[in-house]
Design a protein around this ligand. Structure first.
Ligand SMILES: *[C@@H]1O[C@H](CO)[C@@H](O)[C@H](O)[C@H]1NC(C)=O
Ligand SMILES: *[C@@H]1O[C@H](CO)[C@@H](O)[C@H](O)[C@H]1NC(C)=O
Length: 509
């Protein structure tokens, strides 16, 4: 077909140059320039990675949205090696060298935390409320850790056993209440584990004066909402987060959950202080009193307490559920774990529901502890990238130069699935912890590593050991047919079904 040409005389305006041809040429020129710039001059052009990662991070974002980012990045490591490019300015490293570098135990000039992440952890969004998780510089985090980290030391956790005893009694009572209320003895386990974790962390952080703790289920909902709101802010940016917050629609109340959370913390701190003023003789060594005696401003004290409740509840609670799932899938391990707790707390000596002595659990239930380490290894709670920024001068990892200012990570899913340190990495083999090597120790980054390692590690380990010892000693655990035991990752891991339902049969009456 021919073209019918118009007869109008072209107008000599700038618009006249916007012909389809010219626009196409401009777009092609722009794309070419972009491609050449990033392909041949991009700071990470020499690092192996999929072809698209020279230009964009969209495929990575796609896997993030599908809740499978850590597994996807792990597959990139398997394909491209220990150091990979995941986006034009995003690099992933692995292995002991990578872990030591990124977590800052191998460098004089430390890596700072990605600013978007630190902003997210400053819950009150005020500079004076910066906490151990939200400090930009590792040195500041370390200083704060020195101020009150001893509260979470092994010694203090042992010294606080009387306080925790009450928490484990509440935990056992909750298991029993839910079990007897259900016609067939089926109990939502995640709910019980999280309630215990909340109970224990608020004892440490607020001396038990935590207002949210009176209704743990409501408090959990609040924490879930907070998590979602944080993810919106992290992935969609401040502008969209603020916009959503300002829409007065009830269905969007979850985006405003931060305000509720801050209010509860503030009220609880006030309650704690007034109680302490009224009963100075009852003062005990917990993190709030330690922070106050350190002379920190009230906002900072509350910032720390908020961060601890946020970081110390879901993590412990949900990890415990994954560990139970793995043990139940291995009948042989399950049988040995039960035998072990029975040997430590035998029939005739142990009374049903009695809270055990932690020292004894620790010393005599070694397989239980290995199951915890192995379960966390298989399902580290935050398996994906925790971004750091490379110092200005750049660094060399495993012989490869990584330029300054790019984002870097050593994701824990890859560290904990290193096939040399952990042969058959996909298998749950608790006995591998019998002979723990230094590589295993370095690569087990489920609590992070280096100066920013989770402050609550000792507390979390104690809680998990105690919760599980009580559970395995007092109940026969029966899987409910059709229960979905799959685990998903959405930045943090959780049960795909949202809960783990188990039938609990008391071992004695
Ligand atoms: C750990 O090492 C001891 C002593 O070498 C050995 O007997 C045991 O089988 C090892 N355990 C595992 C799980 O490899
Ligand atoms: C923990 O598990 C609960 C229930 O499965 C879930 O709603 C929550 O989002 C999980 N928390 C994290 C941090 O993944």
């Amino acid at each position: 077909m021919g073209l019918v040409l118009g007869t109008a005389v072209p107008q000599p305006t700038a618009l006249a140059y916007l012909t389809p041809q010219n626009i196409a040429v401009a777009i092609i020129a722009f794309l070419l320039e972009y491609i050449i710039k990033w392909r041949f001059f991009g700071p990470l052009r020499h690092i192996p990675g999929p072809w698209w990662s020279h230009y964009t991070q969209i495929p990575d974002g796609y896997h993030l949205m599908r809740g499978e980012r850590a597994l996807y990045i792990h597959s990139l490591h398997e394909r491209y090696g220990p150091t990979i490019r995941v986006g034009p300015t995003l690099v992933g490293v692995s292995g002991t060298a990578g872990v030591k570098m990124v977590y800052g135990t191998a460098l004089k000039k430390p890596f700072t935390r990605n600013p978007q992440i630190t902003a997210m952890f400053n819950f009150q969004r005020k500079p004076e409320a910066d906490n151990i998780a939200s400090f930009h510089l590792p040195g500041d985090a370390l200083k704060r850790r020195r101020a009150y980290g001893n509260i979470f030391s092994r010694g203090n956790i042992l010294a606080m056993q009387d306080v925790f005893k009450k928490c484990f009694e509440n935990y056992f009572a909750k298991l029993e209440t839910l079990r007897t209320a259900s016609p067939n003895g089926i109990v939502p386990m995640v709910r019980c584990f999280r309630a215990l974790a909340l109970d224990a962390i608020t004892e440490v952080s607020f001396g038990g004066f935590y207002k949210g703790a009176s209704d743990p289920d409501h408090q959990m909902k609040l924490l879930d909402n907070l998590m979602s709101a944080n993810l919106v802010q992290l992935h969609l940016g401040n502008a969209i987060y603020s916009l959503l917050k300002s829409i007065p629609w009830k269905r969007l109340d979850w985006v405003r959950s931060m305000e509720d959370f801050c209010r509860i913390t503030s009220d609880s701190t006030a309650l704690y202080l007034s109680n302490r003023a009224a009963n100075p003789s009852q003062a005990r060594k917990d993190s709030l009193s330690q922070l106050l005696s350190y002379g920190l401003p009230r906002a900072a004290v509350e910032g720390e307490a908020l961060a601890n409740v946020f970081a110390g509840t879901d993590t412990t609670g949900n990890s415990t559920a994954f560990i139970v799932c793995e043990v139940l899938k291995k009948p042989n391990v399950h049988r040995r774990v039960v035998e072990e707790v029975f040997n430590a707390f035998p029939e005739g000596v142990y009374r049903m529901g009695e809270v055990m002595e932690f020292r004894k659990v620790e010393e005599e239930c070694r397989l239980l502890k290995w199951c915890i380490k192995e379960g966390m290894r298989r399902h580290s709670l935050a398996p994906g990238p925790a971004l750091r920024v490379v110092p200005d001068d750049g660094v060399v990892v495993d012989g490869m130069f990584i330029p300054g200012k790019v984002d870097i990570f050593a994701q824990s899913h890859t560290s904990t699935h290193d096939p040399v340190a952990f042969p058959q990495p996909e298998e749950f083999i608790p006995d591998r912890w019998e002979n723990e090597t230094s590589e295993m120790r370095t690569l087990w980054t489920v609590f992070g590593s280096g100066p920013r390692i989770c402050i609550g590690e000792n507390l979390a380990m104690m809680e998990m050991q105690m919760m599980l010892a009580l559970l395995f000693r007092n109940y026969e655990l029966v899987q409910v047919p059709g229960t979905d035991m799959r685990i998903t990752e959405f930045w943090l891991r959780s049960m795909k079904a949202g809960e783990l339902h188990l039938k609990l049969v008391p071992r004695s009456v």
